[in-house]
Design a protein around this ligand. Structure first.
Ligand SMILES: Nc1ncnc2c1ncn2[C@@H]1O[C@H](COP(=O)(O)OP(=O)(O)O)[C@@H](O)[C@H]1O
Ligand SMILES: [Mg+2]
Length: 367
């Protein structure tokens, strides 16, 4: 259904208006009695009411927009609609003819959301860096004054300062990794990777930590594991972060298992592996039918994660116990972004007190 724009309107122009994704209205009769003379499909979809003939105020209730319509001149007006989800709009008004104007609405909700996320991220990152910095500055001052001549205190404070400096440097490393990963997140990786190599490298690198934590690591790789299209170094970061977490959140004497499996379908790749507990997908790939998946599973029998924390685990800086763990809270965010670049998925399964399994599945390289 399309209402005639003007009698002499070329048919093609009106059909193009119908196809535009942005709502377009033509308003006549302002300022005395402005009414809607035309509404394209996007506008009809948005307002869900009989538009043609209706007074403008029935569709648009925002005083600033109505005032701009009364003025009749070119104008841009930003306004908000409230509903289940608030949305941010910008209306572009342009005079069309005698007491007649067009009004194009642009939905700026996503742009606002991105802006908001940027601001939040900056605030969080600054806060995370300021905490260890404040502690360092405090100890420097103490060492310059009260503790100047106290060798015992000096050694203790220097140890804490070294730890805080280490924390700042881990944060900066992780922030830089994350920003590098995000920069090329839309560029599919070009190399071909054998995940058994990746896991082997990471297991060698984490052996000292495993020994220090008193945690045994079991490793198994399926013989039919497909190779995947991937970036070796980024996948090392994925395995490293997940294995670090498993070691960190296990108790002395427990075991962590690292497993590589082949899965013929998406359903098999993300099927639950633990009995009891909760499984949650933290990332699912867009549509696409690869020739199977390679799955990296890292299971621990440590403290587990309470169900209410699961959905937020891969958010930047999210930690179950705040800053106490000494971690940056960026590890799982890094994992998620790398896996997303690889068009793969990430599943967490956990039961409090019984442990956690993270599964990363990555599409097999096409033959
Ligand atoms: N294997 C695990 N067992 C228990 N909790 C975990 C595990 N892995 C991650 N977590 C929780 O998820 C949070 C986020 O993990 P991560 O992004 O790697 O940050 P970090 O390890 O720096 O704290 C951790 O702080 C921890 O609370
Ligand atoms: Mg971590």
């Amino acid at each position: 259904m399309s209402e005639a724009l003007t009698e002499e309107a070329p048919l093609a122009a009106e059909r193009i208006l119908e196809l535009l994704p942005d709502p377009v209205l033509v308003v006549r009769g302002a300022p005395a009695d402005p009414a809607i003379a035309y509404a394209n499909a996007a506008a009809r979809e948005l307002f869900r009411m009989e538009l043609v003939g209706a007074p403008v105020g029935a569709a648009l209730r925002h005083p600033a927009v109505l005032e701009a319509i009364d003025h009749g001149g070119p104008a841009e007006v930003a306004f908000e609609t409230i509903g289940v989800q608030p949305r941010f709009w910008r209306a572009f008004l342009r005079p069309l003819g005698e007491r007649e104007l067009t009004l194009v609405l642009r939905d700026e909700t996503d742009a606002r959301r991105t802006e908001r996320m940027r601001a939040d991220f900056l605030a969080n990152a600054s806060h995370e860096l300021r905490t260890p910095l404040a502690s360092l500055a405090g100890f420097v001052e103490t060492l310059q004054t009260h503790a100047k001549d106290d060798p015992g205190a000096r050694d203790r404070f220097l140890a804490i300062m070294a730890e805080q400096a280490g924390r700042m440097s881990r944060l900066i490393d992780d922030l830089l990794s994350l920003s590098r990963i995000e920069l090329n997140e839309h560029v599919p990786p070009s190399g071909e990777v054998d995940l058994a190599h990746v896991a082997g490298d990471v297991l060698d690198a984490t052996r000292p930590l495993a020994v220090q934590r008193g945690v045994a690591v079991e490793f198994a790789a399926a013989p039919d594991l497909p190779r995947i299209a991937g970036d070796h170094d980024q996948l090392v970061q994925v395995a490293q972060n997940l294995i670090d977490n498993a070691l960190k959140y296990s108790a002395r004497g427990q075991a962590v298992s690292v497993c590589l499996e082949a899965a013929p379908t998406l359903e098999a790749a993300r099927a639950p592996t633990r009995e009891g507990g909760v499984a949650l997908s933290l990332l699912s790939p867009d549509a696409g039918e690869p020739a199977g998946y390679a799955v990296l599973r890292i299971a621990d029998r440590g403290r587990g994660i309470a169900r209410q924390h699961l959905p937020r685990l891969a958010e930047r800086f999210y930690r179950v116990e705040g800053q106490k763990s000494g971690g940056t809270g960026l590890g799982l965010a890094i994992v998620k972004h790398v896996v997303n670049r690889h068009r793969g998925g990430l599943v967490v399964e956990s039961a409090e007190g019984e442990g956690t399994t993270f599964s990363v599945y990555l599409p097999a390289a096409s033959a």
